[in-house]
Design a protein. Structure first.
Length: 479
């Protein structure tokens, strides 16, 4: 009984019970109160329909034979409720199995033959409520996933990104194949999902396949599916991804890695729109949209004979070409701030802002790993940062190496206050050393490395400068 969830899980479930027998209503109400459900009672069909239009219910438990409107009429009214009709269990007298079948056909979840033992009643009700809960959870998950893959979650201020977004928005309205190009980490996956979730196919599956990650021996079965026993290891019937994506989108990631013989088969499916599972004779019609992505130069692969030209032309209809992050530097700061906001909860950090000096450093780096690399840099820096502002000193060496040597007082403060066991005297000493080091760097830079001039700028002797920078005097440059 109530196997899937603890009784607590059903508390507050809203159930409408309709029956014209007073004693039965009382028994059912008592039984359902043991799981904490909120029960409303109707004494005939008319009252049941009125209540259905007045309150939301998760489940209706309804007798068939009632005055005014019978159980089937109540079922039809219940099915019209939007957006989510309640589940419906019809209670029938003995020998009315045809009626029960009709009810299932009209959308009833189940039927129960009267008289109903309380145990059986409870079991059926709990099974129905489990279904309601799964549907609610699925809807919530789906909403969470979809809200992640919307165009407004693709961040950036550059014209280059906005141009690509315009093409992607138009692509979402079409049904022709889309080819998404861009270096690793530029957002090919993100754009592909957003196109799907903005397309008329949004409510149907998005099936991602990494063409480079399937062993050659399994690739055909992965795409076409198979019949049980079609080959060793085919222990059950299985749909392939063409069928899985029916009505939706098939996302062929790393398309440049697809073996040549699979390319021929894909082209045939794109032309015929039919597939046959391995070991089957029946042809199954399939309706999917292709979005293919690659970080490799497909045109070059075609020239080298490693990618079929006919397939290339077939895919090369709508092209989304995402530029590398270094070619759209206006996107770096908005992206960094977006990553900071989005990661606060996951990383459980209190970092709230990024210092101007840290932003300047982030802005000047080249990001060979594109947005993914910026994401990793930001998250790592946030983990290292135990103050509420992310500073230059939290950024990795490779970023600082290319950053202009601009040091603000804030960085010094951050550097000395982020140490464990903070001690004011030691901190002031470190700050002095830090400021001195930076002034020397600045003087050396201003004097183009001339130690005599740098020493003059600093108002110290050359010997003292050498002492501070740890350089022996005999290595000094000729004056
Ligand atoms: N413009 C953007 N706005 C917000 N997040 C982005 C943007 N571009 C990329 N990202 C994020 O950067 C990360 C990498 O993006 P994605 O996985 O889509 O890249 P990819 O091009 O598919 O990379 P690969 O070629 O390595 O598969 C993801 O976390 C993605 O959400
Ligand atoms: Mg990807």
């Amino acid at each position: 009984m109530c196997a899937m969830h603890s009784v607590k899980a059903y508390q507050g479930a809203r159930i409408l019970v309709a029956d014209d027998t007073e004693e039965l209503l009382t028994i059912i109400q008592l039984t359902l109160s043991t799981i904490g459900a909120h029960v409303s009672l109707a004494h005939d069909g008319k009252q049941a329909i009125e209540l259905l239009h007045k309150e939301p219910f998760d489940l209706v438990l309804c007798d068939y034979d009632m005055p005014h409107h019978d159980g089937m009429q109540v079922l039809r009214e219940a099915r019209k409720i939007k957006p989510t009709p309640p589940l419906f269990i019809l209670m029938t007298g003995k020998g009315t199995i045809e009626l029960a079948v009709d009810a299932m056909r009209e959308g009833a979840f189940h039927f129960i033959e009267k008289p109903v033992p309380p145990d059986e009643l409870l079991e059926r009700v709990c099974a129905a409520l489990d279904n309601v809960m799964i549907a609610v959870e699925n809807r919530a998950l789906r909403n969470a996933v979809e809200s992640h893959y919307i165009f407004s979650e693709i961040i950036g201020n550059s014209k280059a990104l906005h141009d690509v977004l315009d093409v992607a928005r138009r692509a979402a309205e079409q049904s022709s194949p889309v080819l998404v190009l861009g270096e690793s980490g530029t957002g090919k996956d993100l754009f592909s999902r957003a196109i799907h979730f903005h397309s008329p196919r949004a409510k149907r599956p998005f099936i991602p396949i990494n063409c480079g990650a399937i062993p050659e021996s399994l690739i055909e079965s992965e795409f076409f599916g198979h019949r049980k026993g079609a080959f060793t290891g085919a222990i059950e019937n299985r749909k392939g991804c063409f069928e899985e994506a029916d009505g939706g989108t098939l996302f062929l990631d790393e398309i440049g890695e697809m073996p040549l013989d699979m390319q021929v088969k894909l082209l045939r499916v794109l032309e015929e729109r039919k597939i046959r599972r391995i070991g089957e004779n029946v042809e199954i019609p399939v309706d999917f949209r292709i979005i293919a992505a690659t970080n490799r130069p497909l045109a070059e692969l075609v020239e080298q004979g490693r990618f079929r030209q006919d397939l290339y032309y077939r895919l090369n209809v709508l092209i989304i070409n995402i530029p590398p992050l270094r070619d759209r530097r206006e996107d770096i700061i908005p992206l960094a701030k977006h990553i900071l906001r989005n990661s606060q909860k996951d990383l459980k950090t209190h970092v709230e802002t990024i210092s101007p000096a840290a932003l300047e450093a982030l802005q000047s780096y080249s990001y060979p790993g594109n947005v993914r690399e910026l994401h990793n840099i930001m998250q790592r820096a946030m983990l290292l940062c135990d103050i509420d502002r992310l500073e230059r000193c939290h950024l990795p060496a490779e970023v600082l190496k290319t950053a202009p040597a601009e040091h603000g007082e804030d960085d010094v403060i951050a550097a000395i206050t982020s140490v464990e066991n903070f001690d004011l005297k030691a901190a002031i000493k470190r700050a002095q050393e830090e400021v001195e080091k930076r002034l020397i760097e600045k003087a050396l830079a201003t004097s183009a490395g001339n130690h005599k001039q740098a020493a003059q700028l600093l108002g110290i002797s050359r010997a003292s400068l050498y002492n501070k920078i740890g350089k022996p005097e005999d290595e000094s440059e000729a004056l």
